[in-house]
Ligand binder design. Structure first.
Ligand SMILES: [Mn+2]
Length: 315
């Protein structure tokens, strides 16, 4: 459906529930909050379904918007959810009931909803929800703020490769509503927990450089996590960290797993294909970012991935 058709469908509803995806990020949370507020501005009853995975970083945006238990909405909307496998467990009964409308930007969107408004050319689902909100009525600052969070976080503060002129145009329009975007940028891009910085410090201290400094291998042990009292939130996207070292083209981050074995994340900017490397060890992903899980200790994982990289380089 087009933006206008989607807005018309939403305008015809009075009782809407909005679903976010498993391990919610700024895009899904920002879209849910922005859409919920836009619908409420029209006098409609709208809620966001409670998602137990939501971290403290994002819960403030949902204040006053979480559906009371037992709410029975007439119309269910999913935002930024590409497939059924990404619905949090709590939402299974909504899956059984069926999703009325999906708003998404993933190329892999599975088409699970009765109606869909999907544009895979968009960097963030927030760009699509912004246009829908505009079609519904005036976009005020309380609607604009979570949508800015959505676009800013999915584009890595307008630095990832997915960032487009449209992302900047959306951000500009949202900024013009008078939101405190500097506070959002500080919160999401210029702030790290002390434990996160200590984690990064330990990673750099133990990092190994190979191939004349083009390949970096780093690890995070369970013991180190426990010593710092670090949570998964502190370790979020840690695989992107070592790749920031100047001259490094490929990086491997090894995380020791609670149930034994190690999870390896490979990131590349040079010629090495991360998927081919990880495929040697039973994993997969994209050419620039891939992962795999191997049995054994960190040292054994390190030896295995070095072997896999050598094998792929020799081909
Ligand atoms: Mn997204």
């Amino acid at each position: 459906m087009t933006i206008q058709e989607t807005a018309a469908l939403l305008r015809a509803q009075n009782d809407v529930l909005i679903l976010t995806h498993r391990r919610p990020d700024g895009d899904t949370v920002g879209c849910a909050a922005g859409l919920c507020r836009a619908l409420r501005a029209l006098g409609k009853r709208a809620w966001v379904l409670y998602n137990p995975d939501t971290t403290a970083l994002f819960t403030p945006y949902l204040e006053g918007l979480i559906a009371p238990e037992g709410a029975e909405p007439a119309f269910v909307v999913s935002v930024d959810i590409a497939g059924r496998g990404l619905f949090p467990q709590v939402e299974e009964r909504w899956l059984a009931r069926g999703i009325d409308l999906a708003i998404d930007h993933h190329p892999s969107y599975e088409g699970f909803a009765r109606e869909s408004c999907v544009d895979a050319a968009r960097a963030a689902c927030g760009e699509i929800v912004f246009e829908i909100a505009q079609a519904l009525g005036p976009v005020t600052a309380d609607i604009a703020l979570p949508l800015y969070v959505a676009v800013a976080t999915d584009t890595g503060c307008f630095m990832y490769g997915n960032t487009s002129p449209a992302s900047h145009r959306t951000a500009a329009a949202l900024m013009e509503t008078g939101i405190d975007y500097q506070a959002v940028n500080k919160r999401h891009f210029r702030t790290k927990s002390l434990r996160r910085l200590q984690l990064e410090s330990g990673i750099i201290a133990g990092m190994e450089l190979h191939n004349g400094g083009k390949l970096a291998i780093a690890s995070v042990s369970l013991a180190r996590m426990a010593e710092l009292g670090a949570t998964e939130e502190d370790a979020d996207d840690i695989a992107a960290f070592v790749g920031q070292v100047e001259g490094v083209e490929s990086s491997v981050t090894i995380r020791e797993l609670r149930d034994g074995g190690c999870k390896l994340s490979v990131r590349t900017v040079g010629g090495l294909n991360a998927t081919k490397v990880c495929a040697c060890l039973g994993g997969g992903g994209h050419a620039a970012a891939a992962g795999c899980t191997v049995p054994g200790t960190i040292e054994e994982a390190k030896a295995a991935i070095l072997e896999a990289i050598r094998a792929v380089e020799q081909k």
